[in-house]
Design a protein around this ligand. Structure first.
Ligand code: JFZ
Length: 441
C-alpha cells in the first residue's frame, strides 16, 4: 500500500505501462536488431597475437590496453565496404522493425562526429558520419532507430568508478556535464531517434548520482517528445537500479533480460510491465570476434524460438549483429538474417503487434495474441498429432485455422480443454495456427 512506501525524489516517475502512441509503436515493433560496431571490430578479439575468449567489445579490458594505445585503432578505421543502404535492406529483409545502434560503447569511440570528443569517426581516415548515414538509411526503409549509449567511457580522463575524494567529485561532475552535452548533441542532430538504451551505468559513481539519471531521462523526454528510455539508466536516491526502493520500474521498459529470458511459467509477472530482451548469437560476443568456434553459436531456429518466447510474454527481442571492420557482415549473420526474414515473411502476423495471451503454456510451443486472435506457435509437434489447448474460464475456442485460412479442426475434450489437429501435411519447421475464440462478457 502507498502509505507504506518510502518517499523518493528520484524513484519511478510513473506506475504501470505507458499507453501513448510512441510507446505503443515501441511495443508493436516487437522484433529488433542490435548493432555493436566500434574500434573493437578491428582487432576482433585478438591482441598482440593472443586471442581472448571474452566478449570482443571488452578486449581493451581483457588485454589491459591503455586508452591512448587502444584509441590509435582509429587510424585504421576505414570501412571500405560500409553501405548504409545495404544494411537497411538487410534489416528490412530480416523483418526487424527497429535497430539499436551503439553510438558509443565503453571504449569511448563515437560513431558520430561529436564536438565534445576527439575520439570520433571524424578523426579517422573514413571521416564520414556513420550514425547519420545509418539513421537516414534505416528511416528510409521505415525502420525505427534506437541509440545504445554507454555512460561509462574508458576514453575520458574524468570518468570515475567511484567518488572517494573532492577531486573525484569535481572530475565526475565535469564528466556528467560532458555526457549531458553528448546526449543533447545526439538528440539535436538526430531528432528521429525513437529510444535511448543506456548501458555502463552500474558503477558506484553513477549509483551515488541517482539525481543525474532522473535528470537525463527528463532532459531527453523534454527534447524528444515520445522518446522511450530503458530501465538500465536509472538509480534512485539509494542507488537502487532498474526498480526503485519501492519496487516500481524506473524508465519506460525493463531491460535486464540479457542473453536469457523469463521462465514462461514461473515469471509471468513480467507481463505487468513493458520489457525488451537482447541476445547474442554466439554465447557472449556483441562486437565482432574473428573466431566464432570458441563458443556455441545458436542456430536460426534457436534464435527464432527466443523471439517467439519473448513476445509470448509481452516482451520485445533484439538480436545482435557485430559487423566486421570492413563494414560488411560475416556470412553467419547474413544467413541468420535471411532465415529469420523468411519465417517472419510467412508468420510475422503472430509477432508484430502481439502480446501475452494469458493462457497456460503447453509443451508444443507458445501463444501470442492480437485483439481477438490467439496464435499458437508450434515448435514441438507431438506424436499424437493433437495439440492440447486449455483456455481460461469463460473462453471458448470455435475454430482453428492456418494463416492461409484453411480450417484444421478442433475438438472440445473437457470443459475449457481442446485438441487442435496438426495440419494434415505437417510443415517442416515451426508454424502458426490461429484460433477463433468467444469470450463471456
Ligand atoms: C553490456 C556491455 O558491457 C556489453 O558489452 C554489451 O554492450 C551488452 C549489450 O551490455 O553488458 C551487460 C550489461 C548488463 C548485464 C549484462 C551484460 N546485465 O544486466 O545482466
Amino acid at each position: 500500500p502507498a502509505d507504506q512506501e518510502i518517499s523518493l525524489k528520484y524513484g519511478a516517475d510513473r506506475l504501470g505501462k505507458r499507453h501513448d502512441d510512441s510507446m505503443r509503436k515501441f511495443r508493436d515493433n516487437r522484433l529488433g536488431a542490435f548493432i555493436h560496431w566500434g574500434l573493437y571490430a578491428i582487432p576482433g578479439g585478438e591482441w598482440n597475437g593472443k586471442v581472448y575468449n571474452g566478449a570482443a567489445e571488452w578486449l581493451k579490458s581483457w588485454a589491459k590496453v591503455p586508452a591512448d594505445e587502444w584509441l590509435k585503432l582509429m587510424d585504421q578505421w576505414n570501412p571500405e565496404k560500409f553501405n548504409a543502404k545495404a544494411w537497411a535492406k538487410m534489416a528490412k529483409k530480416m523483418g526487424v522493425k527497429y535497430v539499436k545502434i551503439t553510438t558509443k560503447h565503453h571504449e569511448g569511440f563515437c560513431l558520430w562526429p561529436s564536438k565534445y570528443s576527439q575520439y570520433t569517426v571524424a578523426q579517422t581516415p573514413y571521416k564520414k558520419d556513420i550514425l547519420g548515414e545509418l539513421i537516414k538509411a534505416y528511416n528510409d526503409e521505415g525502420i525505427d532507430v534506437h541509440f545504445y549509449f554507454s555512460v561509462m567511457d574508458w576514453s575520458h580522463p574524468d570518468y570515475r568508478y567511484d567518488i572517494k575524494s573532492k577531486e573525484d567529485e569535481a572530475a565526475f561532475n565535469r564528466f556528467l556535464e560532458f555526457t549531458d552535452n553528448q546526449l543533447k548533441e545526439l538528440a539535436t542532430r538526430y531528432p528521429t531517434v525513437k529510444d535511448f538504451w543506456f548501458d555502463g551505468t552500474w558503477d558506484a559513481s553513477i549509483k551515488k548520482n541517482g539525481w543525474w539519471t532522473a535528470h537525463v531521462e527528463q532532459m531527453l523526454k523534454d527534447m524528444l517528445p515520445g522518446v522511450t528510455i530503458n530501465s538500465r539508466l536509472r538509480a534512485d536516491d539509494y542507488g537502487k537500479r532498474h526498480f526503485d526502493s519501492n519496487g516500481h520500474l524506473m524508465g519506460d521498459y525493463e531491460s535486464g533480460y540479457e542473453r536469457r529470458l523469463p521462465d514462461p511459467v514461473k515469471d509471468v509477472k513480467v507481463t505487468r510491465w513493458d520489457w525488451e530482451a537482447c541476445m547474442t548469437v554466439p554465447e557472449n560476443q556483441w562486437g565482432y570476434h574473428k573466431d566464432w568456434s570458441i563458443s556455441y553459436v545458436k542456430t536460426p531456429l534457436e534464435v527464432l524460438e527466443r523471439i517467439v518466447h519473448a513476445v509470448s510474454m509481452g516482451g520485445n527481442m533484439v538480436v545482435n549483429f557485430g559487423p566486421q571492420a570492413d563494414g560488411d557482415f560475416r556470412h553467419e549473420e547474413k544467413e541468420l538474417a535471411d532465415a529469420i526474414g523468411k519465417w517472419m515473411q510467412e508468420y510475422g502476423e503472430c509477432i508484430y503487434g502481439c502480446d501475452y495471451a494469458g493462457w497456460d503454456k503447453q509443451s508444443w510451443g507458445y501463444y501470442t495474441r492480437k485483439g481477438k486472435d490467439v496464435y499458437m506457435v508450434v515448435f514441438n509437434p507431438p506424436y499424437s498429432k493433437l495439440l492440447v489447448v486449455k483456455t481460461p474460464k469463460g473462453t471458448k475456442v470455435t475454430k482453428a485455422v492456418l494463416l492461409d485460412g484453411k480450417d484444421i479442426g478442433v475438438k472440445e475434450t473437457a470443459r475449457n480443454e481442446y485438441n487442435v489437429n496438426m495440419p494434415a501435411k505437417a510443415p517442416a519447421g515451426p508454424f502458426v495456427i490461429k484460433l477463433q475464440i468467444e469470450e463471456d462478457a
